[in-house]
Design a protein around this ligand. Structure first.
Ligand SMILES: C[S@@+](CC[C@H](N)C(=O)[O-])C[C@H]1O[C@@H](n2cnc3c(N)ncnc32)[C@H](O)[C@@H]1O
Length: 201
């Protein structure tokens, strides 16, 4: 048997269509926070280690990255992390159950800087609808990016959604929880950060 399948925190959607039975996939019941585009996992590992009272789901579309983070999570003995290799918009729109998520961290999403590629950006009205569907009332969205034009776009889209989302002071990570990408830019580039919570109806 492949070593990767003997001990792993990777999860699967059996048919790629049915919602994930998310709560059943963790060892114990706890609020679930999602790191969308978890990359190499520096933030996810540190945050999960510092918050054993919370369950964490890391999502990334790159299988190679998910496999690497899986090995790190298992090596660190973390039992409150699950990893899902999936496209983020599809996962949030169709596979995460409604009213299930306590927080999303969307940290250094791909900026697609060329105008002809802007359609590939994750943040748009449909994506926000999908976040809204899956978030519990009072749950948070935390965003950070070094690409300030993209940050302005995200900020404007979210501010326009003020009936659904209230802006709160931007979440700032402790040093240990800075992402791999953030370490590349720290002290060299301005970083845009914003946080919002879903209003109760
Ligand atoms: C710029 S990296 C940032 C990674 C990490 N959040 C960090 O700050 O170090 C963007 C990550 O998001 C993933 N990603 C980009 N678009 C995605 C999508 N549509 N669905 C899932 N993952 C995506 C990439 O594979 C990559 O790992």
């Amino acid at each position: 048997m492949d070593a990767e399948t003997t001990t792993t925190c990777r999860i699967y959607s059996e048919d790629g269509l049915s919602p994930l039975p998310l709560a059943d996939l963790f060892d114990k019941a706890a609020p679930i926070e999602v790191d969308l585009g978890c990359g190499k996992g520096r933030f996810l590992l540190a945050r999960a280690g510092n918050h054993p009272e919370t369950n964490f789901l890391g999502i990334d579309r790159m299988l190679r990255r998910i496999r690497k983070v899986d090995r790190k999570v298992v090596g660190a003995g973390l039992t409150n992390v699950r990893l899902f290799r999936m496209e983020a918009y599809y996962a949030v729109s169709y596979l995460l159950p409604p009213d299930s998520i306590a927080a999303y961290y969307i940290l250094f999403p791909d900026p697609w800087p060329k105008a002809k590629h802007h359609a590939h950006r994750l943040f748009n009205r449909r994506f926000i609808d999908a976040l809204d569907r899956t978030l519990k009332p009072g749950a948070a969205i935390h965003v950070a990016t070094d690409h300030l034009p993209y940050f302005e776009e995200i900020y404007e889209v979210m501010r326009a959604e003020h009936r659904r989302f209230e802006e709160i002071p931007a979440w700032e990570p402790i040093d240990e929880e800075r992402t791999d990408f953030e370490l590349l830019f720290l002290g060299r580039k301005e970083i845009g950060r914003a946080s919002f919570i879903k209003r109760a109806n």
